[in-house]
Ligand binder design. Sequence first.
Ligand code: GLN
Length: 385
Amino acid sequence: MKPLSNRTEHLSDSCIRRMTRIAMECGAINLSQGFPDFDPPKAIMDRLAEVASAGPHQYTPTWGAQNYRAALAGKLSRFMGLPIDPDENVLATVGSTEAMMAALMAVTDPGDRVAVFSPFFENYEAQSLLLGCEPVYVPLVPPENSFDPNELEDVFRQGCKAMIVCNPSNPNGKVFSREELQCIAGLAIRYDVYIIMDEVYEHIIYAPYVHTYMASLPGMWERTISCSSLSKTYSVTGWRLGYIVACKRILDNCKKTHDFLTVCAPSPLQEAVIAGLEMPDSYYKELQAHYTHMKELFCGGLRQIGFDFIEPQGSYFVLVDIAKYAGGDDVAFCERLAREIGVAAVPGSTFYKEDVRHLARFHYAKKDETLLAALDRLSDIHKLL
Ligand code: GLN
């Protein structure tokens, strides 16, 4: 038989999702794939119950239901400080995963280079490769997770069509400062590079850090494709509701790819989540306070056990140094951690271009009781020595 496609033959599955399967298989507490084990806000669930009988149950217009896009545009205009037009600037997608793919397809052709910071969320590399693009990497160097502007400029100078930036960053919890974003923006304008932002953790950020929207920086509206989702902000990861915000020129092309990829996002869920989009600013303050609590509980516990890590500034992930247990094999370590200690994490190497094998990523979007149980199990980590 003829070979299957090159693009799929050489692609490996997601290590994050593989760890979830291992966690389910062995009953480990799943701190690998990031999703909450607590409920979405009650207002959203109540609305979902109404929608179950009242509908809608059929397709929405491809770009998203009119009232959903209007609610999104209202919330986005408020937070981004930009006048977002629901018809021209907002596209409802199936999760930010589809948003990122539609964005990449709208600005790249096969053979184009796409820059990403390393460490990176593994979808960026896989999606770039699926589209026949060549990912090129710029390291984020601990302890500040800072990048060298000269190195970024070299990558742009050598010819780069787009760059993907995750802010707040998965997996290392970095929040890019306004100055860092301005540096990326200045180079993007100078070398004519599109910037694809993944901002799904925009509301999960720890004081004194604040989120700056790349699209709001001078000269960046025309070349920034802002991808985000409702998954994390409203604790509905399974609803697969994402979106793209961009200028009309770019968004019109994203609309075409989205049309043929998925037609539309689930209509009852678009309707129900409007209850979240209409919530006042106090909701986002409470969300931040809740995540700050979870971070302090989990990171405080890790510290007590004796783990080393860089304190997250945003997102709900922490990269933990597991060098002394892993013996250079973080993948085998994470498998043993799940099966023998009962806690699932993601091997750090899946996020790095460089040969990094001494880290494991844990997420802490979990109830107190889940985090305390995980910490209790992790206190037996010496058994893996
Ligand atoms: N962003 C989450 C993570 O990194 C979930 C990823 C996913 O499976 N879409 O774990």
